[in-house]
Design a protein around this ligand. Structure first.
Ligand code: C5P
Length: 233
């Protein structure tokens, strides 16, 4: 029998780039809010046993009533306090993880993730210790200086956009967060903390549709892709 998998869902962002009064995790996307789509994908992913949501403690009651109960999320959902940065939110959730082998971390605001991608990422983590979803870049990427001038153009053929889910053996992710905290390192994802330990991270294709809802254009894009998937809006 395969061992237990915890999902960690950081959803404590303030959504400054959305420019909306409603937090982006609660924006309605068709029939349900962004966060409900995300939790529903994890509810349907066969290997995931339970979820830990990192959110502001005063939103817990709202989430329980308006998301978990209203949209019928069946797996157990636990809560951890959100931090000032995403990394801190994930670290707080890690402290609440019980006895398990694998943790899979996923942004609350990536509602189009599929159960298949979640499963593939978990399987890759079982095999390699660490895995992250992503896709090869399509555009040319430039490094810029503070004045907005291009200073370097890395070879596009070896660049990937990195997404979540990202899955890890629990001990490895705990060690990576401990080291990052000791060194005062702040990363924008969890795999970068694991890479700092010198541990390889296997990449799996998450699909170009696995977008993060960040700006208002992303909501339009997400609705369009949901229609294409045959989801009634
Ligand atoms: O920061 P970014 O927009 O990349 O957010 C990715 C995810 O991290 C979002 O789901 C957001 O709610 C979450 N986050 C968090 N705590 C923070 C900042 C972001 O849980 N302090």
């Amino acid at each position: 029998m395969e061992s237990k998998v915890y999902a960690i869902i950081p959803a404590a962002g303030s959504g400054r780039r959305m420019g909306s009064s409603i937090l982006k995790q609660y924006i309605m996307l068709g029939d349900k809010p962004v966060l409900a789509h995300t939790l529903s994908a994890f509810d349907r992913a066969g290997s995931v046993d339970c979820m830990i949501l990192a959110v502001s403690p005063d939103e817990k009651e709202y989430i329980e009533k308006e998301i978990i109960k209203r949209y019928g999320i069946e797996k157990p959902v636990f809560y951890a306090p959100g931090g000032r940065e995403r990394q801190e939110s994930v670290a707080n959730a890690l402290h609440s993880v019980g006895n398990c082998d694998i943790v899979v971390v996923h942004d609350g605001v990536r509602p189009l993730v599929t159960p298949d991608v979640i499963e593939e990422t978990i399987q890759a983590a079982r095999q390699y210790g660490a895995a992250a979803a992503g896709m090869p870049v399509k555009d040319t990427i430039k490094e810029i200086d503070p004045a907005g001038f291009a200073v370097n153009t890395p070879d596009r053929s070896i660049l990937w956009l990195i997404q979540t889910p990202q899955a890890f053996k629990l001990r490895l992710l705990e060690e990576a967060h401990k080291k990052a905290a000791e060194d005062g390192f702040l990363g924008t994802d969890d795999s970068s903390l694991v890479e700092r330990l010198g541990h390889p991270v296997k990449l799996v294709e998450g699909g170009y549709g696995n977008i993060k809802i960040t700006t208002p254009e992303d909501v339009d894009l997400a609705l369009h892709m949901m229609r294409n998937r045959g989801i009634t809006l």
